[in-house]
Design a protein around this ligand. Structure first.
Ligand code: ADP
Ligand code: MG
Length: 753
């Protein structure tokens, strides 16, 4: 047997348990050694039984001989109680276990035991309540103890896998295999940061000698995981730097013409971001830029400028480098609704610029032809650009032969069958990630790869920006357009409900749009180190992460139900005179689109919805956001909801309906009332709820230790510097074969988006 031995071949585990372990991604001995405890019980102080009296209601650990043990059945409650008496040199104490009848067989009179449990007081005096137990040979020898008499590891438990069982299995494996685990951290790093070697760290993480030792072990593994993330990200960056993209020199005249065609003035932040992007586009080094700006800060206009410059800029022939004249832009949105919205607004923004714009979604294809070529323009009477339904085939042809300049769509843009003639820029809305490979795929073997502009309204705290997005340059839109009024945010307690409803009704009757967001259906939250709740998530290092689509299906169904219920309630009981419609993820795209259009046009007063409206939807007439069960959402997400309103110069309101008297939740909601700054709120969430609250982190499948590390900026900076240093010396990690192997394993497991 060795580290790669499959767990089913370990006698104590066998097929049945191996299956359970597999659910956490634990397949081998090594995986199991890297399955880390989420917290510890401190049973390290062993006291004489005579001192138990002073420790009423505390958890203590005692050692002694069993002088009596027997099972008693309580017929009324159908319960078995195991009663025992344990005695040391000076004193004795009663012990009670519930519903573990086998104990009377496992533990016998004259057995020597170590017990850890709560001292309780019953009719017959003091007793130890349901203690953890283990048989021992002599007093006080901690190293032989596994479940008591020491700092005891507690693992994230799931049905059929108890911490006791895991300790029982893992400890002998540590004895046998810990020494064999290869040290993948470079020696110079271990020395520089005085880390525990991996073998020792594994022992100290599972069975620590002290909490200091456990912390030291954690520090090592946190560092290692973040270090691997950094290596992964920086390696991608190095790979990218070796590629080339088409240079698109800035056409200042065209940009001026565009900005003066807008019905508003760009904010300074917009100008600055646009300039950074246009400067990047001039180079043959592929751009990888993240444009970050709060909801409504006007990212689309900035992206549109970049797109216009790429497709219509007057690029001198010298800069063409093998590319034909015209260049194309792909614009990807996360949903069909948003793709259509972008299509519409970009068509409007570029209506005077002779640009052919296509919309490609899974079902439809549309084009917006420049006015000059518009054959049916005599039908158009409004000043708005005309768009046409076309066959998918003809749009794909236009994409391939270069007639279509900007192609907007969902993920369908990167599917097979979509060929660009000369794609120079990809704009991603709210999708964050796009690897070198994906980019290369888009241009299918051509020498040049497109520049990349990723846009997000998610405020990304600095630590995250440096890790998960460490390969992207950042542009920030830090101010809102001047005509906006700050959204008034109000926490509504149960007794103020009616008042809020009255207000909402009045506003709706004046023609203002109302969003109602239904409470989030809670999934089991991933566990975090040192917390006792949430049993579902495996905490593992090289082993297991939350399954990506964990239970998502049933959650979606519950959300639909919540929307239907709320819709019923509002339309029959609360606002019977208003026009109410619901919107949820299970609806057909066409249906959703129609609803959004009706809502936008004022044919619907109230839209009851799940969190699908969260990203990007633009309905300027909507001025009321009403969130049920507000305490269930993260601050960043609530902030996103709030950003759906306040998109015009009319005063908007955000009502946070809550039933939770929980202080922590109130604190969070108050933070939302107080602050209008997404970064601040993300940081607050991080402080109040821990790193699990960070928007998106669940999806990445980041291992737990790395997640914890993310709240520590010093650690993040250290790992980044260390990774840089190593890669500068040795970009392919040729001299670090173990590290390279480790990185490969790691990359298979994380999935950034
Ligand atoms: P984001 O994508 O950042 O959430 P959008 O680009 O959708 O924001 O912009 C929101 C709205 O604000 C749009 O209707 C847009 O036309 C408008 N807008 C953008 N920039 C400005 C500005 N500088 N002044 C006034 N309105 C603006
Ligand atoms: Mg947007």
């Amino acid at each position: 047997m060795d580290l790669s031995t499959k767990v089913e071949y370990i006698p104590k585990i066998g097929i049945t348990y191996a299956k359970k372990l597999k659910k956490f991604g634990i397949k081998t001995v090594q995986d199991l050694l890297f399955y880390f405890p989420t917290r510890y019980d401190d049973f390290s102080k062993i006291i004489p039984i005579s001192e138990a009296r002073q420790k009423l209601k505390e958890t203590v650990c005692v050692q002694g001989v069993i002088t009596e043990i027997r099972n008693i059945k309580t017929f009324r409650k159908r319960m078995t109680i195991t009663e025992a008496v344990v005695e040391d040199q000076k004193s004795h104490i009663n012990v009670i276990w519930f519903n573990q009848p086998y104990l009377a067989k496992t533990l016998k009179e004259d057995d020597f035991v170590c017990l850890a449990g709560k001292v309780s007081l019953g009719k017959e005096g003091l007793y130890l309540n349901n203690p953890a137990y283990e048989k021992i040979n002599e007093f006080g020898k901690n190293e032989y103890l596994t479940h008591t008499g020491r700092i005891v590891p507690v693992y994230s438990e799931t049905r059929g896998l108890t911490s006791r069982w895991l300790r029982y299995v893992i400890k002998p494996l540590l004895y046998r295999f810990a020494e064999q685990v290869p040290e993948s951290l470079p020696f110079e790093i271990i020395r520089k940061f005085k880390f525990l070697p991996v073998n020792e760290a594994l022992w100290q993480l599972h069975f620590p000698d002290s909490f200091e030792h456990a912390d030291a072990a954690k520090a090592r593994f946190s560092f290692e995981e973040l270090f691997l993330i950094q290596l992964n990200v920086l390696k991608e960056k190095i790979k990218l730097m070796q590629k080339k993209s088409p240079a698109c020199p800035m056409d200042a005249g065209l940009m001026k013409k565009f900005t003066s065609s807008l019905p508003f003035k760009l904010t300074d932040s917009q100008k600055k971001s646009a300039f950074q992007i246009l400067k990047d586009l001039e180079k043959t080094v592929p751009m990888s830029r993240l444009l970050e700006g709060d909801v409504g800060s006007g990212k689309t206009v900035v992206a549109t400028m970049a797109a216009l410059n790429v497709v219509k800029g007057n690029h001198p022939a010298s800069a063409q480098k093998g590319y034909g004249e015209a260049k194309q832009v792909a614009f990807m949105a996360p949903t069909e609704i948003l793709a259509k919205q972008h299509f519409k607004s970009i068509s409007e923004l570029l209506s005077g610029f002779d640009v052919h714009i296509g919309l490609l979604t899974s079902k439809n294809a549309r084009i917006c032809e420049p006015r000059a070529h518009n054959i049916v323009s005599n039908i158009v009477s409004s000043g708005l650009p005309q768009t046409f339904e076309v066959s998918k085939k003809s749009l794909l042809e236009g994409t391939q032969n270069g007639q279509a300049d900007i192609i907007i769509g969902t993920h369908s843009l990167i599917q097979k069958g979509v060929e660009f003639k000369n794609l120079a820029l990809v704009v991603l809305d709210e999708q964050h990630r796009f690897g070198v490979e994906q980019r290369a795929k888009l241009t299918r073997g051509k020498k040049l790869i497109p520049h990349l502009l990723s846009m997000t309204a998610t405020p990304i705290p600095r630590t995250l920006a440096l890790t998960v997005y460490g390969d992207l340059d950042l542009s920030l839109i830090s101010e809102m357009p001047k005509n906006r009024k700050k959204v008034k945010t109000i926490i509504v307690n149960p007794n103020q409900r009616q008042q809020a409803y009255d207000f909402i009704e009045k506003e709706a009757k004046e023609g203002k749009g109302v969003f109602v967001i239904c409470p989030k259906i809670e999934s089991k939250k991933p566990n975090s180190l040192n917390s006792t709740d949430a049993p579902e998530k495996a905490v593992a290092f090289s082993g297991a992460f939350i399954p990506k689509n964990y239970n998502l299906k049933s959650l979606a169904m519950l959300e639909v139900k919540a929307v239907k219920d709320e819709y019923e309630r509002l339309s029959t009981k609360i606002f019977p005179d208003l026009r109410i419609t619901m919107l949820h993820g299970k609806m057909k795209a066409k249906e959703k689109e129609k609803i959004m259009i009706d809502f936008r046009n004022g044919e619907i007063d109230i839209l009851v919805s799940t969190s699908v409206v969260e990203v990007g939807v633009d309905v300027p007439r909507a001025t009321i956001m009403m969130i049920e069960g507000a305490e269930r959402f993260g601050l960043a997400q609530l902030h996103q909801f709030r950003g759906r309103v306040g998109r015009s110069d009319v005063q908007s309101y955000c009502f946070l309906f809550t039933t939770s008297p929980d202080q922590l939740n109130r604190k969070r909601l108050k933070a939302l009332v107080a602050s209008n700054n997404g970064f601040e709120l993300a940081q607050k969430d991080l402080e109040i709820r821990g790193p699990g609250s960070l928007y998106g982190t669940q999806q990445w499948g980041l291992p737990d230790m790395a997640m914890q590390g993310l709240s520590n900026i010093f650690l993040v900076e250290k790992t980044r510097a260390a990774a840089k240093e190593i890669l500068e010396k040795d970009p392919t990690l040729e001299h670090y074969p173990l590290l390279r192997e480790r990185l490969k394993q790691f990359e298979r497991r994380i999935h950034f988006e």
